[in-house]
Design a protein around this ligand. Structure first.
Ligand code: H2U
Ligand code: ZN
Length: 351
């Protein structure tokens, strides 16, 4: 009898249409591979060499203002540019290239160099959500922009260039690959059922329970059935909205709260500042109606079994398909069991 908790199997990703290989029996294998160093975690509130701290000079020679909440600027090394000429290149009916237009923004989440999202106050986090909303509104006012990717790279292990709490936004005219897939799957489901795919998925997860992590009145966190990264999660809005501008005031606060709670639990998993890449997926803009699109946020953390052992996406995964050993159900149970009090606070209180 097939038991998906024990036997190797493929799981279907509802949002992309991809499949991933799950090998639950393999978690018992011994580990003698690479162990990552734990980066030091005792930063000052102000670092004179940091390009994001207030009053400091950035690579392009600009001086940051003495900001008190958050601070947003156009990336000095932007991957996308506003003034790219329109055009295309083809050769032999085989090679294709199309010019791409856009912009990249950097957002410092706080003037305090020593903080990370879970350590920023609720008031500060609500302001971060407001900045995301303002940026989304401003960027979508440009009719050449069709997709706005709001994200955060956290931790040296993810290639993050600076520990100062910050995120990025890349806005562009083409729809990137993941968005094309998620648009296709969500629109198709909506056309068939008249409800959003994630409304029905969340309902199912709430009924099953075993992949749920945390939730509040407006948002829920789940380890997706098809998760690839060991502790991958997804924040889903309980209301079917297409983008962050449609959040009510209560939803904005509830989103800030769930962000704090989830990132706190992540830090508490291995008692370190937990690395990840995280980002919101939202409906395309200036691109007609997308009634099937349902706002959500993915968290992709690279760590596997401790602060120093990372999951590698190599070999079979580069050549064939993503694969995981520990199951989504096991990871969710682990995350559910963690405290909502940040380990640094708990340590301070214990002293
Ligand atoms: P990451 O740490 O997630 O890579 O983001 C930091 C971004 O900040 C990075 O894309 C930009 C880099 O190009 N940057 C500036 O815009 N100005 C600077 O002075 C240094 C870094
Ligand atoms: Zn700084």
């Amino acid at each position: 009898m097939f038991d998906y908790k024990e036997h190797p199997h493929n799981r279907y990703n509802l949002l992309t249409g991809d499949w991933i290989l799950v090998s639950p029996h393999r978690t018992k294998r011994p580990w003698q591979g690479k162990v990552e160093p734990v980066p030091p975690d005792n930063r000052p509130a102000y670092d004179p060499k940091c390009y994001l701290c207030p009053g400091n000079v950035r690579a392009d020679g600009d001086t940051n203002p003495a900001y008190t909440d958050s601070f947003v600027f156009t990336n000095d090394f932007a991957a996308l540019l506003h003034d790219t000429p329109e055009g295309a290149f083809t050769a032999g009916g085989l090679l294709q290239a199309k010019s791409e237009r856009g912009t990249c923004r950097v957002i410092s989440f706080s003037p305090d160099h020593s903080l990370t999202l879970p350590e920023i106050s609720m008031e500060g986090l609500v302001k971060v959500v407001e900045v995301w909303q303002r940026e989304f509104a401003a960027l979508s006012a440009d009719p050449t922009i069709n997709h706005i990717q709001i994200f955060e790279n956290k931790g040296e292990i993810m290639g993050c260039s600076n520990p100062h709490p910050h995120g990025q936004i890349w806005a562009q005219s083409a729809l990137p690959l993941e968005i094309v897939k998620e648009t296709r799957e969500q629109e198709q489901y909506f056309a068939e059922h008249g409800r959003s795919l994630l409304t029905d998925y969340l309902q199912l997860e709430q009924n099953e329970g075993e992949r749920m992590v945390i939730g509040n009145e407006h948002f829920a966190v789940v380890v997706p059935f098809w998760a690839v990264w060991p502790y991958e999660t997804m924040i889903i809005s309980k209301r079917h909205v297409q983008n962050i501008l449609q959040f009510s005031e209560a939803e904005r606060t509830a989103f800030a709260a769930i962000l704090k709670q989830l990132t706190t639990r992540y830090d508490n998993l291995f008692n370190i500042s937990f690395p990840y890449s995280a980002g919101m997926h939202q409906a395309p803009v200036n691109d007609g109606e997308h009634p099937g699109w349902h706002w959500h946020m993915h968290f992709y953390p690279p760590l596997l079994r401790s602060a120093t052992v990372k999951k590698f996406m190599v070999g079979y995964e580069m050549l064939a398909s993503p694969q995981r050993d520990i199951t989504a159900e096991w990871a969710a149970e682990k995350l559910r069991g963690l405290s909502d009090v940040h380990y640094k606070l708990a340590q301070k209180e214990a002293e």
